[in-house]
Design a protein around this ligand. Structure first.
Ligand SMILES: *Cc1c(COP(=O)(O)O)cnc(C)c1O
Length: 383
């Protein structure tokens, strides 16, 4: 399926063959924890016990590998569970991760506060700056280079192909957190990444009703240790969660088109507004990463950050939108507003990853654009 068809078709069909016994077009959700054996070890379809494997999870993993253009995908209970399995499978005490200085706060927390005490080293730099990448790699070779592009919440853009070439030349693996763009807009494996990480809680699920995470591997051999850890430590996605994520992915291509067109319109509106100090959106020609984003992405997505005059104005703005609900998370069909410094990025306050206190992040949903702009206008007018 993945090689024969294009993205939108794979998103709908990969891993979704009709049920063999009934012909049901939507494959059933398999809740069984265990599988009857025809004699000891006589497994009918390779399934034995649901932590090791479950057909609904297999269907999602097949779909994920197809849409990211990977050889193998693994599905987990959350984005951070996926990251944890990957890092623990690949790293040993003393190994180092070189990470972008603008990543999801929870990723930093996992490395700094959970894996750090087990001897994993962490170094942070601006990976969107080629000179900073050269300097960091010349100093020491990390085991893993971990990048988010566009990044959360400042939408920094990194040239994935160039970063992958440099990291590979130095002997490091490249992991790309593709949560913000989603594979509808950006496919890091085709640009040289070794592993793609997702919080499927966001755009892939797409409806703010299921938490999940995924790893997609360029090379199936690299998936072996993380797959063993998925089985041995057990942070798998449950069947209903896997099924909801699969259902979400089927509409990903059309949702991302609307997220991107609404995101662009919101960014342009904010850039022209006198109460807004700065807009962060890769679709704006004023964005420093605009050209790279235009070359490696098929659209600029639905996340728009903005800086107001100061922290007080940012807090007031975040508390006065009506349609944009004040909530954590992103990537659902409904628009959300978030104040990173005290919400999603509270865990990196006071660290080298701290988000400026005047910044607000919008997750622009798929509502009618005029309703969204009117809501932003009334909130800005009240400042
Ligand atoms: C939300 C998020 C994560 C963590 O995923 P969970 O599903 O919340 O565990 C990782 N990376 C990015 C970019 C995210 O937005």
């Amino acid at each position: 399926m993945s090689t024969e068809h294009r993205f939108d078709t794979n998103a709908v069909h990969a891993g979704q063959e009709p049920d063999e016994t009934t012909g049901a077009v939507i494959p059933p959700v398999h809740f069984s924890t265990t599988y009857a054996q025809d004699g000891i070890g006589g497994l009918r379809a390779g399934y034995e016990y649901a932590r090791a494997g479950n057909p609904t999870r297999t269907a999602l993993e097949t779909q994920l590998a197809a849409i990211e253009g990977g050889a193998r995908a693994l599905s987990f209970a959350s984005g951070l569970a996926a990251e944890d399995a990957l890092l623990r499978a690949l790293l040993r005490p003393g190994d180092e991760v070189l990470m972008g200085n603008d990543v999801y706060g929870g990723t930093y927390r996992l490395l700094a506060r959970v894996l750090g005490p087990w001897g994993v080293q962490l170094r942070v730099t601006d990976l969107s700056d080629p000179a900073a990448v050269d300097a960091a790699l010349a100093e020491r070779t990390p085991k893993i280079v971990w990048v988010e592009t566009p990044s959360n919440p400042l939408l920094r853009v990194t040239d994935i192909r160039s970063l992958a070439d440099k990291a590979h030349a130095a002997g490091a693996l490249v992991v790309v957190d593709n949560t913000f763009a989603s594979p509808a807009l950006q496919r890091p494996i085709a640009l040289g990444a070794d592993v793609v990480v997702h919080s499927t809680t966001k755009y892939l699920g797409g409806h703010s009703d299921v938490v999940g995470g995924a790893l997609v591997f360029a090379d199936a051999a690299l998936a072996e240790q993380p797959q063993f850890l998925q089985f041995a430590a057990g942070a798998v996605s449950g069947p209903l969660d896997a099924w909801l994520t699969t259902r979400g992915i089927k509409t990903l291509a059309v949702r991302m088109e609307r997220h991107s067109s609404n995101g662009q319109a919101v960014a342009e509106f904010l850039e022209g507004h006198d109460r807004v100090a700065r807009v962060y959106y890769p679709g704006l020609p004023s964005h420093p990463g605009h050209e790279i984003a235009a070359s490696q992405m098929a659209g600029f997505g639905g996340i728009v950050s903005l800086a107001l005059a100061d922290a007080a104005a940012a807090r007031r703005f975040a508390e006065s939108t009506r349609l944009f609900m004040l909530a954590e998370s992103l990537g659902g069909v409904e628009s959300l507003v978030n104040y990173p410094d005290e919400m999603t990025h509270a865990s990196v306050r006071g660290t080298e990853l701290a988000v400026p206190a005047e910044v607000v992040r919008l997750s622009v949903g798929i509502e009618h654009i005029e309703d969204l702009l009117a809501d932003l206008e009334q909130a800005l007018k009240g400042l």
